[in-house]
Design a binder for this molecule. Structure first.
Ligand SMILES: C[S@@+](CC[C@H](N)C(=O)[O-])C[C@H]1O[C@@H](n2cnc3c(N)ncnc32)[C@H](O)[C@@H]1O
Length: 251
């Protein structure tokens, strides 16, 4: 399983090992934010088994076709979407605590997908589906306009070095895309323990004229008590980092 520390090393190595994608990164459109590194993570036997046996049941294949939520979940309910769920710590808790809502989790990291699938089965959750794909493309192609009740972005990769800032998923184009997928008054909730990224998010979010800060402008929100402490958050707290929550409503 990839630890938060391994993530740091991957990010440091990213430019060198991904020079092929540098040209793509120059065109910063919503389609080309390269916010992740696909690592050759080792799958545990249990994760591999979960992917083989449970992905057909709980996974949604990437497609250029917009989803029909009622066909996917067999009912009509508000849909929350989590971007980059890691191992699914928060996703599974939210789904368990809110059985009246449906959840789509999007993650590119295969061991995390396997881990989340194991959790879905262990907790017998019927209201979660997983897409193993780039969340930007999922939002663009699979998510109907004005359809989401909430989008969650917890502890996204901070891409700490200046030359990597273009890899940060929170960019103007990304926020425009997310807000076009949110229903009216629906919420985008971001959290980070990386101070510089928190300021970056705050600036970009406040500049987005289709999103309205639920705290006052240029301010962070209270951490909602229900938000699960993920292992990336735990690591940040261990390192003495402050955690920032940013909640914005689609206006
Ligand atoms: C720093 S980790 C945080 C994971 C989790 N949210 C947590 O708090 O433990 C960021 C995660 O986002 C995923 N990720 C980054 N960009 C992504 C994208 N465009 N689409 C899907 N997943 C992405 C990475 O694979 C990684 O698992």
């Amino acid at each position: 399983m990839v630890t938060p520390d391994q993530f740091d090393i991957d990010q440091q190595n990213a430019t060198e090992s991904n020079n092929q994608s540098a040209a793509q990164d120059q065109r910063l459109t919503s389609q080309s934010i390269r916010s992740f590194v696909i690592r050759n993570g080792r799958l545990t036997k249990a994760q591999a088994q979960a992917i083989e046996q449970l992905l057909p049941q709980f996974g949604l294949s990437f497609s250029n076709q917009a989803l029909d939520y009622s066909a996917v979940f067999g009912r009509t309910a508000p849909v929350w979407l989590e971007i980059g769920f890691g191992n699914g710590d928060a996703l599974l808790d939210m789904a368990q605590q809110n059985p009246e809502f449906d959840f789509i989790g999007v993650e590119v990291h295969e061991p995390g997908v396997g881990q989340a699938l194991m959790g879905i089965q262990a907790r017998q959750l019927s209201n979660v589906r997983i897409v193993q794909h780039d969340a930007v493309e999922v939002l663009e192609k699979m998510i109907p306009a004005n359809s989401l009740a909430r989008v969650l972005l917890f502890f996204p990769d901070p891409w700490r070095k200046k030359r990597h800032f273009k890899r940060r998923i929170v960019q103007k184009e990304f926020l425009q895309l997310v807000s076009a997928r949110l229903a009216e008054n629906a919420i985008l909730h971001c959290a980070t323990d990386w101070e510089d990224y928190a300021h970056w998010m705050l600036e970009k979010l406040d500049q987005c004229d289709t999103l309205s800060n639920l705290a006052k402008p240029n301010d962070y929100s209270e951490r909602p008590a229900w938000r699960t402490q993920t292992r990336f958050e735990q690591r940040g707290i261990r390192l003495g980092h402050k955690v920032y929550d940013l909640l914005y409503a689609r206006c």
